[in-house]
Design a protein around this ligand. Structure first.
Ligand SMILES: *[C@@H]1O[C@H](CO)[C@@H](O)[C@H](O)[C@H]1NC(C)=O
Ligand SMILES: *[C@@H]1O[C@H](CO)[C@@H](O)[C@H](O)[C@H]1NC(C)=O
Ligand SMILES: *[C@@H]1O[C@H](CO)[C@@H](O)[C@H](O)[C@H]1NC(C)=O
Ligand SMILES: *[C@@H]1O[C@H](CO)[C@@H](O)[C@H](O)[C@H]1NC(C)=O
Ligand SMILES: *[C@@H]1O[C@H](CO)[C@@H](O)[C@H](O)[C@H]1NC(C)=O
Ligand SMILES: *[C@@H]1O[C@H](CO)[C@@H](O)[C@H](O)[C@H]1NC(C)=O
Ligand SMILES: *[C@@H]1O[C@H](CO)[C@@H](O)[C@H](O)[C@H]1NC(C)=O
Ligand SMILES: *[C@@H]1O[C@H](CO)[C@@H](O)[C@H](O)[C@H]1NC(C)=O
Length: 411
């Protein structure tokens, strides 16, 4: 009974996500005369919907008695024609549709364990699976995560490198929590998922922080979806959902490809060296009227603090859309470095483009570049004077995998 209620609720959450994603796809296809997508008003509704659903989910969670580890048998008894004693009627089980080949057997280089909300596989929570991975395991540990929202706060410790999260698509599998800077005693600790280990990989999964969207002037409402603090991380076809400070791209060299990243203020921040390739960046800052000049969002806040740090964010072949009136970046630290290349920008970008954190001294040391971008938001004619209109030579180091030394670690 508990299981049944739980399932219905999970489904409701997924339906909410699907409704949202479907709407964003519709919006993306709903191009204006510039060929860029127009304002997705449903994006703000989404958070309320999911928060509401997750609150109900959390309140029911304690009724459930799902064992934390279930060793599942792969052998399914099927009725056989003309068999000896006649088949017993098989009770319908929630696990009947669970794929029989999961988890696959270990190989010489990988070992796979699986997570399923309904208890049809090794673990019911992502954290329990991580806890079961041995420290410094010589093999890559693949954690296969079934569809559903995993409402938990997750830590991948430094002692567990080479972990892969394999979801069922970022519209189907998600990890969500709702800490804020206030509740977690600091923005850095608010992340729903914190990754401290090297060579972390995530495929087809979403990371969400579903804390309430901060209102104007709210203090301590920053709410990180994921903190990425290990070196050599790769995110493919992943979703990142939050408002202020969604993606804490903290330290190390990272690749994000074909990802969907949504937020409002500084929604990609940190001091990593990262290539964002073919990603959709969606601002969910409050929609503003045509004449409004005030700024209410920023895509990036890169934290490079000195000229000796080889860090920066490069966005290549991405698209930027959504709502609000936003900067491409704010100079969180004096040597902040961000480049946008070959990126289509909707007309939500303020004409000056960037912000020096209201510290003119930083104009000499920040590196904010744009190269071959397109769309109404990419008009360079009124950009702040320190913005670099990069030519081919100056743009080249930011345009491909060499930016993150991929030849040393990505094969
Ligand atoms: C997170 O959600 C739970 C369940 O609704 C709620 O009790 C808690 O106050 C929320 N935390 C924050 C920081 O909003
Ligand atoms: C996971 O489940 C499979 C299939 O039941 C089993 O062979 C394996 O030992 C389990 N692994 C762990 C770590 O529990
Ligand atoms: C895996 O290891 C076994 C035993 O060491 C070896 O015989 C086999 O060739 C290896 N397989 C691969 C694909 O490397
Ligand atoms: C993790 O994988 C890398 C690259 O495959 C390998 O060099 C390293 O030894 C692995 N780490 C551990 C702790 O096994
Ligand atoms: C510049 O952007 C256009 C798309 O707007 C693309 O077709 C072209 O390949 C880009 N040029 C370079 C040199 O990357
Ligand atoms: C860029 O902005 C300037 C100043 O607003 C405007 O005059 C110009 O027409 C714009 N260029 C394009 C291609 O829209
Ligand atoms: C690019 O700009 C730099 C700095 O202004 C200049 O030195 C270089 O010659 C330019 N390269 C090309 C190909 O225009
Ligand atoms: C960006 O797109 C261009 C044109 O399709 C392609 O040549 C280039 O390899 C892409 N770069 C990255 C980093 O994806």
């Amino acid at each position: 009974m508990g299981n049944f209620k739980f399932q219905n609720l999970s489904l409701a959450v997924l339906v909410a996500i699907f409704a949202f994603l479907a709407s964003s796809v519709l919006v993306a296809n709903n191009t204006n005369s510039d060929g860029f997508f127009t304002l997705p008003s449903l994006i703000t509704d989404f958070k309320e919907l999911v928060t509401d659903r997750l609150e109900r989910l959390a309140s029911q969670f304690h009724d459930l008695s799902i064992p934390s580890i279930i060793h599942r048998s792969h052998k399914k008894k099927r009725p056989t024609d003309g068999g000896g004693g006649g088949p017993k009627p098989k009770p319908a089980s929630i696990c009947d549709d669970f794929p029989p080949d999961i988890p696959p057997p270990d190989t010489n280089t990988t070992t796979t364990i699986c997570v399923d909300r309904n208890g049809c596989c090794n673990f019911t929570t992502v954290q329990a699976a991580i806890d079961a991975v041995p420290n410094m395991s010589p093999k890559r540990s693949i954690i296969w995560i079934n569809s559903g929202i995993y409402y938990e706060k997750v830590v991948v410790p430094r002692t567990k490198p080479n972990i892969t999260f394999q979801g069922q698509g970022y519209t189907s599998t998600a990890i969500a929590w709702n800490d804020t800077a206030f509740s977690a005693h600091g923005t850095f600790y608010s992340a729903s998922v914190q990754v401290f280990s090297d060579r972390f990989v995530a495929n087809g999964i979403s990371f969400m922080n579903v804390a309430p969207i901060p209102g104007p002037g709210d203090v301590g409402a920053q709410a990180v979806a994921i903190r990425v603090s290990g070196d050599q991380a790769v995110f493919s076809s992943c979703g990142f959902f939050g408002a202020q400070d969604t993606l804490h791209d903290d330290r190390g060299r990272h690749l994000y490809r074909d990802c969907y990243i949504q937020g409002s203020i500084d929604f990609i921040f940190g001091n990593a060296r990262s290539l964002y390739q073919n990603c959709q960046l969606i601002s969910m800052a409050t929609p503003v009227g045509p004449g409004v000049r005030s700024i209410n969002g920023a895509v990036t806040a890169h934290g490079r603090a000195s000229k000796d740090e080889n860090t920066g964010f490069a966005f290549v072949n991405c698209s930027l859309g959504g709502t609000g009136r936003i900067w491409l970046g704010r100079a969180w630290r004096p040597f902040s470095r961000v480049v946008f290349a070959n990126t289509a920008m909707a007309d939500i970008v303020a004409p000056e483009g960037w912000n020096d954190f209201n510290d003119p001294a930083r104009d000499q040391t920040i590196f904010y570049g744009e190269y071959n971008c397109s769309g109404a938001g990419a008009n360079l004619s009124l950009r702040a004077p320190y913005v670099q209109k990069l030519n081919d030579t100056l743009a080249a180091p930011f345009l491909d995998m060499s930016f993150i030394d991929a030849d040393q670690w990505l094969t």
